[in-house]
Design a protein. Structure first.
Length: 387
């Protein structure tokens, strides 16, 4: 029995310590963001290139393109690059029509793939190399940024700052399961902000990300991570941090949010979360070790909760106790983050999410190591075939 209780107690305490570390980091990230926002004049905005890579995104572009056109940013300092990555629907047609309407919009076409370069990273790399702006601002085709998005994300990126990470809340939230997913996605953003403020950024999202073009080239772009299908966001974040490209900030102001659509079905959720988790064992070894510890903790909690069904109530009671401690510290951390992100309403769904969390982590973490996933009409393993 000690082989169950001792690891569970140790990992639970380590997890709580990590949450306290994140709490300190969250406070630091918030102070740094407020300081940077106060230091900038709207009249002194940098030149920005917004890049969107799209493959078979005809339906989503009907919402995204008008949102890009509404950006409150001087058009003399704004460039928009749309990349049609081998689409088989009307994506290319819509991009070209949009570019024809505005002099500051350009459209590129990618017609093939490379064996050692993930498709999205290749499309991004091509666009960045052809960009005119000193700031690269990224979102996805299913994103809907507010009209002050470009302004809020670009303002803190002065000299010495390499990257600004933003929040992409899930909308719509009409159905109960959409609210649960919105809370889960918000929790990832909360971890991103806290870890960044603590000095060891763990994650970010490519649907709301900005960095200096010079910083991208200073770390040799996607070199070394090009083969991973996912990771055009967090793996690049890790490179910029490890190579000390410059300061990295988190921008949580509501005006900088980019709304994205939650997965529409269980099949879509499986594919998306499998893609997200597929590269976890190829992070920096310290991050990978931490992820393994989180996996084992949730595995033990899940097994402990299930033990109640076979009459092992001493194991069940230990799992419940540790689960309650874990949930209490998680709630406290998310409460702090929700105040900054303006997401307090999501905390109403915390109890159910906390109960599901161990099983969710174990299922997708395990699945990601073996399963392939579908993405924009193609099927992938974690990485491309290398030469």
């Amino acid at each position: 029995m000690i082989l169950f209780f001792a690891p569970l107690a140790f990992l639970c305490l380590a997890y709580i310590a990590a949450l306290l570390w994140l709490s300190r980091g969250l406070a630091c990230a918030r102070r740094a963001n407020l300081s940077e926002r106060a230091a900038h004049d709207v009249q002194d905005l940098p030149a920005v290139t917004i890049i969107v890579c799209a493959r078979n995104e005809e339906e989503n572009l009907h919402d995204l393109l008008p949102a890009l056109a509404r950006q409150k940013y001087p058009t003399t300092k704004l460039e928009i690059i749309l990349v049609d990555d081998r689409s088989t629907d009307r994506t290319g047609e819509l991009c070209r029509a949009f570019a024809a309407q505005y002099s500051h919009v350009r459209c590129f076409l990618i017609e093939d793939t490379l064996s050692d370069f993930a498709p999205k990273k290749r499309a991004l790399d091509y666009a960045i190399r052809n960009a005119a702006g000193e700031i690269i601002l990224l979102t996805d085709a299913d994103g809907i940024p507010g009209e002050y998005w470009a302004q809020e994300m670009a303002k803190p990126l002065r000299a010495g700052t390499a990257m600004a990470c933003g929040y992409s809340p899930y909308f719509p939230r009409a159905r109960f399961w959409q609210k649960i997913l919105a809370l889960e996605y918000f929790s990832q953003a909360a971890v991103a902000a806290g870890s960044l403020g603590a000095g060891r950024p763990l994650t970010c999202t490519g649907s709301n990300l900005a960095y200096r073009r010079a910083a991208f080239f200073a770390v040799n772009g996607f070199e070394g991570i090009a083969q991973w299908i996912s990771g055009d966001d967090d793996l690049l974040l890790h490179k910029m941090h490890e190579q000390r490209a410059g300061k990295i900030l988190y921008v949580a102001h509501p005006a900088a949010h980019v709304r994205v659509k939650p997965p529409a079905s269980w099949k879509d959720l499986q594919a998306q979360r499998t893609r997200y988790a597929s590269k976890g064992r190829f992070y920096n070894w310290k991050v990978t070790l931490a992820l393994i510890a989180v996996y084992v903790l949730n595995l033990l909690l899940g097994l402990g909760l299930l033990a109640g069904f076979i009459g092992r109530f001493e194991i069940f009671a230990a799992a419940v106790l540790c689960g309650l401690l874990k949930a209490a510290f998680e709630f406290d951390y998310l409460r702090r983050a929700a105040a900054w992100f303006h997401e307090k309403e999501l905390l109403r769904y915390f109890l159910l999410a906390a109960l599901l969390h161990p099983f969710y982590i174990v299922y997708f973490s395990t699945r990601a190591q073996f399963a392939t996933f579908a993405w924009r009409g193609e099927r992938f393993a974690a990485r491309t075939h290398t030469k």
